[in-house]
Design a protein. Structure first.
Length: 304
């Protein structure tokens, strides 16, 4: 008999000992267990804590491919979900599972929801989180786009470049920080001006450990180096914290070939005709001899 069949048999008995429990798995690997039972219990190696204030509204589920929607309500506590973690975005996109379970025999249970956190907002003394079902992924655009620039993420599966290679990343200590987005270094040499633009700042220690920022500007001058992020980090970062700077890519074919020597993995189409080419027409002042109109772009991409 399966776990769910055993639970249905228990429910049919007329005298039940059931409760609901939730597991929240953050993207950084940390896992939390919650239950509306009055005491803690454990199964599958995870302790589900009572009295943590997490509850869920009525679960709205349907057949077919429609998206399941519900909400989770919770209280902020130092032992579980904290205000600082929510502000830092550590629970954004976290995986969520919800069971109906016989707390007297935890092998009798049924999985009622499997999805993720959507929008998380703070309420008075707590938080409210939208839950999204597995079919939410079907709302996202799929497939490739034909464009001249690269569609891969630097260091990702399509790019295959190792961002930890010598000369493409460095670990430093924060010397000066303003508004959690503007870093200043008195001596950070060995990298060209704008080397880290469109790259990443990964926080390795301190209250913001694990957070990642995208570099907007990287300027090298005689007085030092200034690195500005597109958005402020969502947790406090202080002088003395350790960060890792990773080189950036503007997704152009020239950058891929010259800066990273990775043209064989370029995921764009540098020779695709642009709008100017598509809307052009012969004029007497131009050379109309039937030759290639992509000579310049072919030279930019090297030998293909």
């Amino acid at each position: 008999m399966s776990d769910s069949d055993a639970l249905y048999t228990h429910l049919a008995s007329g005298t039940t000992t059931v409760c609901r429990c939730w597991a929240v798995i953050r993207k950084d690997g940390k896992t939390y267990g919650f239950t509306d039972h009055d005491t803690d219990f454990e199964f599958d190696g995870l302790v589900f804590a009572a009295g943590t204030g997490l509850t869920a509204n009525a679960l709205e589920q349907s057949t077919g491919l429609s998206v399941d929607n519900t909400e989770a309500l919770g209280a902020l506590s130092s032992a579980a979900v904290t205000k600082a973690d929510i502000q830092a975005g550590r629970f954004d996109g976290a995986a969520v599972k919800a069971w109906l379970i016989n707390w007297a025999n935890t092998s009798e249970r049924v999985l009622q929801f499997n999805g993720s956190f959507g929008e998380i907002t703070r309420a008075a003394g707590g938080f409210r989180a939208e839950l999204r079902g597995l079919t939410e992924a079907l709302n996202q655009p799929q497939g490739r786009v034909y464009q001249s620039s690269c569609s891969a993420v630097l260091g990702g599966a399509g790019c295959r470049f190792d961002t930890t290679s010598l000369g493409y990343s460095t670990e430093v200590t924060v010397e000066a920080i303003k508004d959690a987005k503007l870093f200043s270094f008195s001596a950070l040499e060995g990298f060209d001006d704008r080397w880290f633009e469109s790259g990443k700042v990964v926080v390795l220690s301190g209250a913001a450990q694990g957070l990642v920022g995208v570099v907007k500007n990287d300027r090298l001058s005689l007085s030092g180096r200034r690195i500005e992020l597109w958005e402020s980090l969502r947790a406090e970062i202080a002088v003395g914290d350790h960060i890792r700077l990773e080189a950036g890519c503007d997704r152009r074919v020239e950058t891929c070939r010259l800066k990273f020597n990775n043209f064989l993995n370029f995921q764009g189409f540098p020779h695709i005709p642009g709008e100017d080419w598509l809307t052009s027409y012969p004029v007497s002042s131009d050379l109309n001899e039937g030759g290639s109109m992509h000579a310049n772009s072919a030279n930019a991409g090297g030998n293909v």
